[in-house]
Design a protein. Structure first.
Ligand code: DGL
Length: 272
């Protein structure tokens, strides 16, 4: 394994870009290969087993492209498949997402915290274990924000529909006096301005991306795999969906005008 190999990052769609953004801030010299499974987005309402199959196929694809570490930049795929991926690929290092209940429980003053995530994330054993280990008597209010991932995929970061979804999720929690909101889906950081507008500045919004990027860096450093490249790293974006719509999102979300490569699922494998 060479330190020049890329970091592999995947999500059901553009959500993982909120994690990629932080990886680029903390490790600007790394090459990154990003896979967005736009043909299957959203993952949230799908059965766990199907999400596992997708995650396994994407992992094989990212390994074929020599990824030195794989970042499961999707809470839903982490909830459904991270354990399975670690068992199936014991030699591969994975970094996954888990809802940031721990920092939220440590910081809340009112003892009430909102958690926004997809149905699969709330159903998985990972969420139950995070709550059991870290909630520490803090009251959690959950909402699945139905339709929000789709709005963000199409770049509707401030549309009336997006606002309505967020209001119906947040207003009942705000009435219960939450002072902290955990973003348990990597798509949601892209609507933080709208969340702050609805919830007000006194409500803390927790985006776990900086902590996840830090963990990636720590693991690479420990394995002697941090890039020694002096110049800025390259970024490849691959999608199983439509290049044109992804290009627009990439520009809107990260201000990047990049080449988008399209790939196709063939049964359980991804081919180019
Ligand atoms: N970004 C994913 C997550 O973090 C997307 C969810 C979905 O595809 O439903 O959960």
């Amino acid at each position: 394994m060479s330190s020049n190999n890329p970091i592999g990052v995947f999500d059901s769609g553009v959500g993982g870009l909120s994690v990629l953004r932080e990886i680029r801030v903390q490790m600007p010299n790394e090459n990154i290969i990003y896979f967005g499974d736009q043909v299957h987005v959203p993952y949230g309402p799908r059965p766990m087993e199907q999400i596992q199959n997708f995650s396994e196929g994407i992992t094989k694809f990212l390994l074929k492209h020599n990824s030195k570490i794989i970042v499961v930049a999707c809470n839903t795929a982490s909830a459904a498949a991270l354990k399975y991926l670690r068992e199936t690929f014991p030699d591969v290092q994975f970094v996954g997402m888990e809802p940031a209940v721990k920092p939220a429980a440590e910081k809340t003053q009112t003892g009430k915290v909102g958690v926004l995530a997809t149905p699969a994330t709330f159903q998985g054993a990972l969420y139950a274990s995070v709550v059991e280990r870290f909630a520490n008597g803090v009251e959690l209010f959950q909402n699945t924000c139905t339709g929000l991932v789709g709005q963000i995929e199409k770049g509707a970061l401030d549309s009336p529909e997006t606002r309505a979804i967020l209001e119906s999720a947040l207003l009942p929690m705000l009435e219960k006096n939450i002072d902290t909101v955990v973003l348990g889906c990597t798509h949601y950081p892209f609507v933080i301005p709208l969340i702050e507008e609805i919830a007000g500045k006194n409500v803390r919004v927790i985006d776990p991306a900086p902590a996840v990027a830090k963990q990636v860096k720590r693991l690479l450093e420990a394995g002697g795999l941090l890039s020694q490249r002096a110049e800025e790293g390259q970024f490849r974006f691959m999608t199983s969906g439509e290049a044109d719509s992804v290009r627009v999102s990439l520009n809107l979300l990260l201000g990047i005008d990049g080449e988008i490569e399209t790939v196709t699922w063939m049964d359980d494998l991804i081919i180019r």
